[in-house]
Write a protein that binds this ligand. Structure first.
Ligand SMILES: Nc1ncnc2c1ncn2[C@@H]1O[C@H](COP(=O)(O)OP(=O)(O)OP(=O)(O)O)[C@@H](O)[C@H]1O
Ligand SMILES: [Mg+2]
Length: 172
């Protein structure tokens, strides 16, 4: 079963990313961020940047496709393939050369799943009941991620459980 977090603000989504960046992610990791336009993929990436203590604010890489940042212990490579015409072009972005020394975050990465390493963390973001609610699933693919499932579960447990986010009956 995938791990699930419900966030109720952009800050909370950033906080999840920050914890991933600080406690879980390490060079060589690939994280796929999926979810519709405006769901919060970049917000989560901003949190990761914070957790890795990168040298500049993380901004959307939509028009550049790839942005790189230097953190204290690793680089962050933030990729947005929304405007990629063909999956083959992924090889032209030069992210493979950086893979081992970076944490690589790929927005819309599910589109190119076949071209990505089989060991990866998938962060799937869906818009929830209210405009600021997001349902975030963490899908652990491969042995290196399964080994980190305990740590990830602890982080997930640090967020308010799903039930707390429900609007009490009769309150509307
Ligand atoms: N719980 C939440 N988590 C994340 N973002 C939220 C939340 N609630 C509201 N928002 C808002 O949703 C928007 C998310 O934008 P963001 O750029 O992160 O999305 P995105 O998935 O990267 O979009 P795109 O596909 O265009 O790159 C922001 O305007 C943010 O303020
Ligand atoms: Mg984005």
């Amino acid at each position: 079963m995938p791990l699930k977090v419900v966030t109720r603000s952009v800050e909370e989504t950033r906080a999840l990313g920050e914890q991933l960046g600080r406690d879980v992610l390490r060079p060589g990791d690939v994280v796929v961020l999926s979810g519709e336009l405006g769901s919060g993929k970049t917000a989560l990436a901003q949190g990761v940047g914070r957790g890795l203590e990168v040298d500049a604010p993380v901004v959307s890489p939509t028009f550049t496709l790839v942005r790189e940042y230097q953190g204290t212990t690793t680089k962050l490579c933030h990729v947005d393939i929304y405007r990629l015409e063909k999956v083959q072009e992924l090889h032209n972005l030069g992210i493979e050369e950086q893979l081992e020394e970076s944490v690589t975050l790929i927005e819309w990465g599910e589109v190119a799943a076949s071209a990505l390493p089989s060991e990866r963390l998938e962060v799937r973001i869906a818009v929830g009941a209210g405009p600021d609610e997001r349902i975030i699933e963490l899908v652990l693919l491969g042995e290196s991620w399964r080994r980190r499932s305990r740590r990830l579960a602890e982080i997930v447990e640090g967020f308010a459980p799903d039930e707390d986010h429900r609007i009490p009956e009769g309150s509307s």
